[in-house]
Write a protein that binds this ligand. Structure first.
Ligand code: 4AD
Ligand code: MG
Length: 428
C-alpha cells in the first residue's frame, strides 16, 4: 500500500492511493487539493487542460474531508512542505462528506472536545498522536534493552494503592471493586518473582480537581526493581527520561515542527538530573516569597517555581512521611522523611514521576498499614511479600500524558490522549 509518508520512494512515478481532502483551493484552471492519509499531508495539483472533464468535475465535487482514491505523478518540489507534490490525473470519490463542522475559523475548546473524534484529524493533533506513539515505542525499547520483563497488573482491584480519596468504585458481582489507581502493589509481587519488571497500562483516578494536569483515565509506566536502592532508582529514571526525549528528537522532527516546539529545550534533557531535598525546596520557596510550612505538599505553583531554576527535570527527594504513601521506606536517620522522589519537568509542566524505595521490614509495614487504617485482610497478600524473602526494592510511575504534554509543549493534558476522560466529560 502506498502512503504519503513513503511517497519519496515513488518520485517520478504514477501512484494511486486512498486519502481525505483536507482543504482545497481553485483558480478556475487549477485545483489545489490538500490531501491527507493519516501518515502525512501532500498537495495535489490538478490542471484542467491536462485531465478529462470527468476527472475535473470529480475533483470539483470534493468537499472538506471527503474520501477518495487519487491518481497522480509524484514530483519532487523543494517548496512543498513534505518535499513532494502530486500532479493529479484522476480522482475517484469514495464518499462526499457532509459540511464539516471543524473549519479554519477559531473554535472553542469545548466545541473541539465535543468533536474530538474529528478533531484528531487536524495536523496538530495528528502530530501529538504520532509523538505519543513514538514515546510508547521508546518506553518498551528502553525497558527491553535494560532487561526488564513486561508484566500486566489487574485493572479491577479490591484495594487501593494511592489512598482512598479518588478511587473509582464499581460492583464486582456481589463484591466492591475499584479501577486501578496504580499497578504498583502487584508490580512489587512481580518484582519478587521476576527481578526487574515494568507495567504500562491505564489507571483511573476520580480526581475532583479540574486542572491542566489531571485526567480521570491516564496511562502510567511503572517499573519495579528488586535489590534496588533509592539512589539506583533515580539513576534508572534519569536514563529513562533522557532516552524517551532523545528518541522523540531523533524520530519526530517534523511533528515537533508542526507543534512549533522549542527543540533546544529538549536537547538539554541529558542525565544526570539535579537533585534537591524537600527541605531545600522549602527553603528555596521561602526565598522566592512562598509562605508554605514544612510538612505541606507542593502544588503546581510550587513545582513551577522550583523547576524555573533548572534547564532539565529536577528530582525533589525525601518528602515528609506523613504526606506520602504508606509503603515508602522512611529514611533510617530521619524517619520523618521517606526515601522517595518526585521528578519535576522543566518549563512548569510539574510532576511527571512519583517513585520511592519501598518498606522492606515486615513489622514496619504492618505498623504503617495499621496507622493508615488499611484492611489487613485485603492487604494480606501484600504483607506476604515481606514475610517470604523480603528484599530492598524500589520503583516509580511515569505519567504518560504529562510527559507527552511536556515534550510536545502543549498546555493541557487533554490533548495528549486520544479520547480524554475529564471531570465533566465522558463523550465522545
Ligand atoms: O505520584 P503517583 O500517584 O504515584 C503512583 O501512583 C505510584 N504508585 C507509582 C509507583 O511508584 N509505581 O503517580 C505517578 C505519576 C505522576 O507523577 C503523574 O505523572 C501521573 O502519574 N499522574 C497523573 N497523570 C494524569 N492525570 C492524573 N490524574 C494523574 N495522577 C498521577
Ligand atoms: Mg505523585
Amino acid at each position: 500500500m502506498i502512503s504519503i509518508d513513503k511517497i519519496s520512494a515513488y518520485d517520478g512515478q504514477e501512484v494511486r492511493f486512498g486519502a481525505w481532502l483536507f482543504n482545497k483551493r481553485s483558480s478556475g484552471k487549477i485545483q489545489f487539493l490538500q490531501l491527507r492519509d493519516g501518515t502525512g499531508f501532500i498537495q495535489g495539483v490538478m490542471v484542467k487542460a491536462e485531465v478529462t472533464e470527468a476527472a475535473w468535475e470529480a475533483a470539483k465535487s470534493l468537499t472538506q474531508e471527503s474520501s477518495l482514491y487519487v491518481t497522480g505523478t509524484v514530483r519532487k518540489d523543494d517548496r512543498a512542505p513534505g518535499g513532494y507534490e502530486l500532479t493529479v490525473t484522476d480522482v475517484d470519490p469514495i464518499q462526499i462528506a457532509d459540511e464539516y463542522p471543524i473549519t479554519k475559523k477559531e473554535h472553542g475548546v469545548e466545541f473541539l472536545m465535543d468533536h474530538r473524534h474529528l478533531w484528531l484529524r487536524q495536523p496538530r493533533q495528528n502530530a501529538i498522536m504520532k509523538i505519543r506513539s513514538q514515546i510508547i515505542f521508546a518506553v518498551h525499547q528502553f525497558f527491553h534493552q535494560e532487561g526488564f520483563y513486561k508484566i500486566d497488573p489487574p485493572i479491577l482491584t479490591p484495594t487501593s494503592a494511592e489512598g482512598t480519596t479518588n478511587l473509582f468504585h464499581t460492583k464486582y458481582f456481589d463484591e466492591d471493586a475499584y479501577l486501578s489507581q496504580s499497578g504498583q502493589l502487584y508490580m512489587e509481587a512481580a518484582a519478587m518473582a521476576m527481578g526487574k519488571v515494568y507495567s504500562f497500562g491505564p489507571t483511573f483516578r476520580a480526581e475532583k480537581s479540574k486542572t491542566r494536569r489531571h485526567l480521570i483515565e491516564f496511562w502510567m509506566i511503572e517499573p519495579e526493581m528488586a535489590f534496588c536502592t533509592h539512589e539506583e532508582n533515580l539513576e534508572v529514571q534519569e536514563r529513562f527520561v533522557e532516552f524517551v526525549v532523545q528518541s522523540v528528537l531523533q524520530n519526530c522532527r517534523a511533528e515537533l515542527e508542526v507543534l512549533e516546539r522549542d527543540i533546544s529545550k529538549l536537547e538539554q534533557v541529558k542525565a544526570p538530573f539535579p537533585r534537591i531535598t524537600y527541605d531545600e525546596a522549602i527553603e528555596r520557596l521561602h526565598e522566592k516569597g512562598f509562605d508554605i510550612p514544612w510538612g505541606e505538599d507542593f502544588g503546581a505553583p510550587h513545582e513551577t517555581a522550583i523547576s524555573e531554576d533548572y534547564d532539565r527535570p529536577v528530582f525533589i527527594t525525601h518528602y515528609p512521611t506523613k504526606i506520602k504513601a504508606f509503603y515508602m521506606q522512611p529514611d533510617s536517620e530521619r524517619p520523618e522523611v521517606v526515601k522517595c522522589a518526585d521528578l519535576i519537568a522543566p518549563e512548569g509542566y510539574g510532576e511527571i514521576i512519583g517513585g520511592s524505595e519501598r518498606i522492606t521490614d515486615p513489622e514496619l509495614m504492618l505498623e504503617r498499614m495499621k496507622a493508615e487504617k488499611l484492611d489487613l485482610v485485603a492487604y494480606q497478600w501484600y504483607q506476604d511479600l515481606r514475610q517470604y524473602g523480603s528484599v530492598p526494592h524500589s520503583g516509580f510511575g511515569l505519567g504518560l500524558e504529562r510527559t507527552i504534554s511536556w515534550i510536545c509543549g502543549i498546555d493541557h493534558v487533554r490533548e495528549a490522549i486520544p479520547f480524554p476522560r475529564l471531570l465533566n466529560r465522558l463523550y465522545p
